[in-house]
Design a protein around this ligand. Structure first.
Ligand code: WTA
Length: 668
C-alpha cells in the first residue's frame, strides 16, 4: 500500500480535464443521466446490455442472488465464440479485419471476421477429435500470437473451459495450474520472441509434464510452430503419441463447427491469480454475465466505433488480455491489434511505430509501461505520427499524476481523453472508470463506478465514508463477477465476502453480500474514487499480482533457507518491487553467490516476474510476542523510512540491527 505521503500528494491533485467537446459530441454516451437511469433499475439496465448479444434461448430471470452466490441471466443459453464471430458474419463485418497481428521480429498477419471464424472452427474441430468437449479444461501456454486468441475461442466454441497460463510463468507454476484444474489438453508453442531472444515454452512445458510427478491429466499437447527451428529450440522434443503439431491437426479441418449451446452460468474459463496464501486461486468466470459486462464496458469505456483500430497491450495470460484483447472487443465486432513482443525491441520507438503503421485509434496499456516511456524520453514518441489516436486507457495499478500528465501531453497530445480503469481478475470487467464523453478526469483517480455498479468506501465496521479513506467495497452483484474459486468454495467466501460478515453495512445491508476486493481507496469531495493499492499480502509488481506468501514459499523451498519474509517496496518504474528478508539455516554463510542462487530459485519456482529486487540476509526476523512476522517494519526498512512503532516486538533490537544491515549493504 502506498505511504500516507503519496496518498496526500495524490489527493492534492487539482488539475482536471473535461471531455474534449468534439469527443463528447461523437461519443456513445455524453449525457450523465445514464448513471441515474442505470441506478433506477440495475437489473433492467444489465438486461438491456445482455439483449445486445446473441442468445440461443432468452433468460427467464436476470439475477438470482443468494449471497455470495449469484446467477445472471438464469435459464438463458448462448455461446461466447458465436457472439465474438458468427454474429458478425451476416453484414459488412464479414470482411472487416478482426485481428491485426505483429510479431516481435516484424512478421505480420491479419484475419477478417470470416477468416478468424474459419480458423476457430478448424481448431474447434481438431479439439473435438482429440476428445475434448463440453465441461473439460484446456491449458493454454502460448506467446502473444493469433493462435492464443484462436485457441481460447475454440475452447469457448466447444464448451471447454480454458485456463491460460502467462508465458512468463515457470514450468512449476504451469504444472501446478494444470494439475489444479485437471486439464486434459495443453496448447503451447515451440517458443515465442521476447526482446530479441526466444522464450522456449515447449521446453518449459516438457519440464512441467515430466518432472516432479508431471501432469497426469494431460492426454495431448498441441504445439504451435512459432519459428522454424522448431523442436531444436532448447532441446524440446515432440513426444510420440502425446505431442501433435497444431498445423498438422488444425489445417486439414473443416471451416465450420457447430457452437455448443452453453448455459449462461456454464464455466467459460479459469484464470489463476495470486492471493494471500502460497497457492494461486483459480478464478472462475461463466458465460452470460461475463460476456455481457466485457461487451458493455468495451463499448462505452473505450467509446468503441466501427472504424476504430483498438490496441490493448496486455498479454492474454492476464485478465486484461481475456476481457479487452479477446472477448470484449470481438463481441463488439472491433478491429483488434495484437503485438507479440517488448516495447523496446528493436528500439524504444516500437509501440509508437506500431500506432503509426496501423493507425491505432484506441490505446490501452499499464502505468508501468507509461513510466518506462517517460524514462526513455519524449524523443521516441515525437518521431512518430500519433495523430490517429483518439482515446487512451490505463489499467493494473495506480497511476501517479506525473505519468498521467506525461501520457496526456506526449501520447494523447492533449486531445485524447484518458480512461483510468480499476478492476480485477475477480471482477472480470471494468468497475470504476471515467466515461470518456461524460466524465471530467483528474490525474490519478479512476473517478466513478461504471453505470450499474455500486461501490463505496467502508470502515472496518461497515460504515460508509463519503470523503476520506478506507476499504473499497462492491455492494451489489455485477454480471461479470467471479462465480467462485476452482475447487475451493470456502476460500471464495472467506477471501471476498467475510470482511463485513455479521455486520450491517451502511446502516441497512447485511455484510454477507458485500464484496471486498482487497484494495484500500479514498473518496474525494466530488465523490471520485482514488484506489491506493492492496492492503492484503498481495504485491503489485509492474501491474502483476504476486503473493508475498508465494515468494516466501519459493524461498523456504531452497535448502539453505530457514525463514523468509517478503514485502513490497516502492519502485520508481514498477510501482512495487519484491524485497526479501531471509534467515539461513545454522552454519551457512551469507554470500553474494547464495543471494544470486536464491533469486534464480524464485524465478525457477514462479517465473521472472517474481524475481526479488533485493535480498537481505538477516540473523533474525522481527516478530511480535505471538510470533507473527512484522511485515510493516520490514517494509519501512526496505523503503528506507524511519521505523514505526516497535513496542509490540519480542525483541526490538532485531529491527535496529536489520535496518543497519540493510542500509550499510546499500540495498535501499
Ligand atoms: C490494482 C488487473 C489502481 C488493484 C485488471 C487491483 C488498480 C489489482 C487499477 C487487480 C487502477 C487495477 N488503479 N489500482 N486503475 N487497476 N489495480 O487481478 O490493486 O491483475 O486489486 O487485474 O490491480 O489486479 P489484476
Amino acid at each position: 500500500m502506498a505511504s500516507e505521503q503519496t496518498l496526500d500528494s495524490l489527493l492534492t491533485e487539482d488539475r482536471s480535464f473535461p471531455p474534449p467537446p468534439e469527443f463528447a459530441r461523437q461519443a456513445h454516451v455524453s449525457d450523465p443521466a445514464i448513471y441515474e437511469q442505470a441506478e433506477a433499475d440495475p437489473e433492467a439496465y444489465w438486461a438491456r446490455w445482455a439483449g445486445e448479444l446473441h442468445w440461443f434461448r432468452p433468460w427467464d430471470q436476470v439475477l438470482e442472488w443468494e449471497p455470495p452466490f449469484a446467477k445472471w441471466f438464469v435459464g438463458g443459453t448462448l455461446n461466447a465464440a458465436y457472439n465474438c464471430l458468427d454474429r458478425h458474419l451476416d453484414g459488412p463485418r464479414r470482411t472487416k479485419t478482426a485481428l491485426l497481428w505483429e510479431g516481435e521480429p516484424g512478421d505480420r498477419k491479419s484475419f477478417t471476421y470470416e477468416e478468424l471464424h474459419a480458423e476457430v472452427c478448424r481448431a474447434a474441430n481438431a479439439l473435438r477429435k482429440l476428445g475434448v468437449g463440453k465441461g473439460d479444461r484446456v491449458a493454454i501456454y502460448l506467446p502473444m500470437i493469433p493462435e492464443a486468441a484462436v485457441a481460447m475461442l475454440a475452447c469457448a466454441r466447444i464448451g471447454a473451459a480454458h485456463s491460460v497460463v502467462f508465458g512468463g510463468f515457470s514450468s512449476e507454476s504451469l504444472r501446478d495450474r494444470i494439475n489444479d484444474a485437471k486439464a486434459r489438453l495443453l496448447i503451447t508453442a515451440d517458443g515465442g520472441y521476447r526482446r530479441g531472444g526466444i522464450v522456449p515454452l515447449k521446453r518449459a512445458a516438457d519440464e512441467a509434464l515430466t518432472e516432479q510427478g508431471g501432469c497426469p491429466s494431460i492426454e495431448h499437447v498441441l504445439v504451435v510452430r512459432r519459428h522454424v527451428e522448431g523442436e531444436a529450440v532448447g532441446g524440446a522434443q515432440m513426444e510420440d503419441g502425446r505431442d501433435l503439431w497444431w498445423h498438422d491437426v488444425v489445417a486439414g479441418e473443416g471451416a465450420e463447427a457447430p457452437a455448443e449451446e452453453m448455459d449462461a452460468e456454464d464455466l467459460l474459463y479459469i484464470l489463476y491469480t495470486s492471493g494471500t496464501t502460497g497457492k494461486p486461486k483459480g478464478i472462475m468466470h461463466t458465460t452470460g454475465g461475463y460476456l455481457t459486462q466485457a461487451y458493455a464496458t468495451t463499448k462505452w469505456v473505450f467509446d468503441l466505433k466501427e472504424d476504430d483500430v483498438y490496441w490493448c497491450t496486455a498479454d492474454v495470460g492476464w485478465v486484461t488480455g481475456h476481457s479487452y484483447l479477446v472477448y470484449g472487443p470481438l463481441a463488439n465486432g472491433a478491429t483488434v491489434l495484437m503485438y507479440e513482443g517488448a516495447p523496446d525491441a528493436p528500439d524504444r520507438g516500437r509501440f509508437w511505430k506500431i500506432i503509426q503503421d496501423y493507425k491505432v485509434t484506441i490505446f490501452y496499456t499499464a502505468p508501468t509501461a507509461i513510466r518506462a516511456f517517460m524514462k526513455w524520453g519524449t524523443e521516441w514518441p515525437s518521431r512518430f505520427d500519433l495523430s490517429s489516436l483518439r482515446l487512451l486507457g490505463t489499467v493494473g495499478e495506480p497511476i501517479n499524476p506525473e505519468a498521467w500528465i506525461w501520457y496526456h501531453l506526449n501520447i494523447g497530445h492533449e486531445r485524447c481523453p484518458i480512461v483510468d480503469t480499476w478492476w480485477q481478475t475477480e471482477t472480470g470487467a471494468i468497475m470504476i472508470t471515467p466515461l470518456p464523453g461524460v466524465t471530467e478526469t483528474v490525474p490519478g483517480s479512476a473517478t466513478r463506478t461504471f453505470p450499474g455498479i455500486h461501490a463505496d468506501i467502508l470502515t472496518l465496521q461497515g460504515d460508509c465514508i463519503d470523503a476520506g479513506g478506507g476499504f473499497l467495497a462492491i455492494r451489489r452483484p455485477w454480471p461479470s463477477m467471479l462465480r467462485g474459486i476452482w475447487g475451493d468454495p470456502e476460500r471464495f467466501r472467506d477471501t471476498y465476502w467475510s470482511k463485513w460478515q455479521g455486520m450491517t453495512v451502511a446502516g441497512d445491508q447485511p455484510g454477507e453480500g458485500v464484496y471486498f476486493p482487497g484494495d484500500g481507496a479514498k473518496r474525494d469531495e466530488r465523490g471520485y474514487f482514488w484506489v491506493i493499492g492492496r492492503i492484503d499480502d498481495v504485491l503489485n509488481v509492474a501491474g502483476h499480482r504476486i503473493g508475498t506468501m508465494e515468494v516466501e514459499s519459493a524461498l523456504v523451498d531452497h535448502p539453505a533457507v530457514a525463514e523468509a519474509a517478503v514485502v513490497g517496496k516502492a519502485h520508481e518504474l514498477k510501482g512495487q518491487a519484491v524485497a526479501a528478508f531471509v534467515t539461513l539455516k545454522d552454519g551457512l554463510a551469507p554470500t553474494d553467490e547464495l543471494k544470486r542462487e536464491l533469486s534464480e530459485h524464485v524465478v525457477r519456482k514462479i517465473g521472472a516476474i517474481a524475481r526479488p529486487d533485493a535480498i537481505l540476509f538477516a540473523g533474525d526476523l522481527p516478530k511480535t510476542r505471538s510470533g507473527k512476522i512484522m511485515r510493516r517494519l520490514l517494509k519501512d526498512i526496505a523503503e528506507g523510512r524511519a521505523l514505526g512503532d516497535t513496542t509490540t516486538l519480542a525483541d526490538p533490537s532485531v529491527v535496529a540491527r536489520l535496518k543497519d544491515d540493510y542500509e550499510s549493504k546499500g540495498e535501499g
